[in-house]
Design a protein around this ligand. Structure first.
Ligand code: 13P
Length: 288
């Protein structure tokens, strides 16, 4: 199967009460680890790419072509969406042209009027292209690839205004933050999540900042309409830790241990482990 829009998989997840994992990719190892795990667990999956990560991999086209070719060469049969994470207006258009099957237009840092205007335009463009669209209200806290959000809690009425434009799924700030959560983090704001879910009807909701949210909060959020959960930092942390352990154990100095195919293997296996844990927690196993 080639790349698919994320709409059908998320509508199904919303209806059936589980969430699909969105895992950010940075390179070939990340992509391979996530695709193989999704296939092994028969889970749908969303590969997220920030504009910074796309630039690192030398462009949207390189990313789209690599992912499409890898889905084919690994005989991946589960639904895979390639999704632009926190796209700017220009970035979303470029990703679409390069062959992404889903984009997020993040207008949360604009006034609500400007966010509505640009998101509406994006609804028209993505519909024409036959791909899915994520929009955002209430900036997610923390910093991701230079995109800094203030950690706002979304206004449910504004969420409804954006949802009614015809977006396919909606990210609403509910106290979630990208990266590690501080010791004194008060947790997700379930009152607001409930209000957003009630007022926006049956549109799947997206939870960003999936790293470090306690399991009970993840499950509760899923029961309140969260159908897509974004995870990035946790895969980066495990990759760094496993690679550090390999080098500190001196394994790169034994035989051909310096070969990147050996050096990067423990980190890649770590990513597989994290992705598996998340898919089990989110309930997406055997839902492909
Ligand atoms: P974390 O890095 O906190 O897992 O957040 C990922 C994310 O929300 C990507 O959009």
């Amino acid at each position: 199967m080639g790349l698919v829009s994320a709409k059908e998989m998320l509508d199904k997840a919303y209806r059936e009460g589980y969430a699909v994992g969105h895992f950010n990719i940075n390179n070939l190892e990340w992509t391979k680890a996530i695709l193989l795990t999704a296939e092994e667990l028969k889970s749908p999956v969303i590969l997220g790419v920030s504009e910074g990560a796309a630039k690192y991999m030398t462009g949207f086209k390189v990313v789209a072509d690599m992912v499409k070719a890898m889905v084919e060469s690994l005989n991946i049969t589960v639904p895979v969406a390639l999704h632009l994470d926190h796209g700017s207006y220009e970035g979303a258009i470029k990703a679409m042209e390069a062959g992404f099957s889903s984009v997020m237009f993040d207008g949360s840092h604009y006034s609500i009027e400007e966010n509505i205007k640009l998101t509406k335009d994006m609804v028209d463009r993505t519909r024409k292209a036959g791909i899915s669209l994520e929009a955002e209200v209430g900036a997610i806290g923390g910093e991701e690839d230079g995109v800094v959000g203030g950690g706002e809690v979304a206004d449910p009425k504004e969420c409804k205004m954006i949802a009614d434009l015809g977006v396919d799924f909606l990210a609403a700030g509910i106290g979630n933050i990208h990266g590690k959560y501080p010791e004194n983090w008060p947790g997700l704001n379930f009152e607001v999540l409930d209000a957003v879910n009630n007022i926006t009807g049956d549109i799947p909701l997206v939870l960003h900042g999936g790293t470090g949210i306690p399991e009970d909060m993840i499950k509760k959020a899923i029961s309140m309409g969260v159908s897509k959960i974004n995870v990035n930092t946790e895969c980066q942390l495990v990759f760094a830790e496993e690679t550090r352990n390999y080098i500190l154990a001196g394994k790169d100095l034994i035989g051909k241990g310096f070969d990147p195919r050996k050096l990067l293997a423990p980190g890649t296996d770590g990513i597989k482990r994290v992705v598996k844990e998340k898919m089990e927690l989110f309930g997406s196993v055997n839902r492909a």
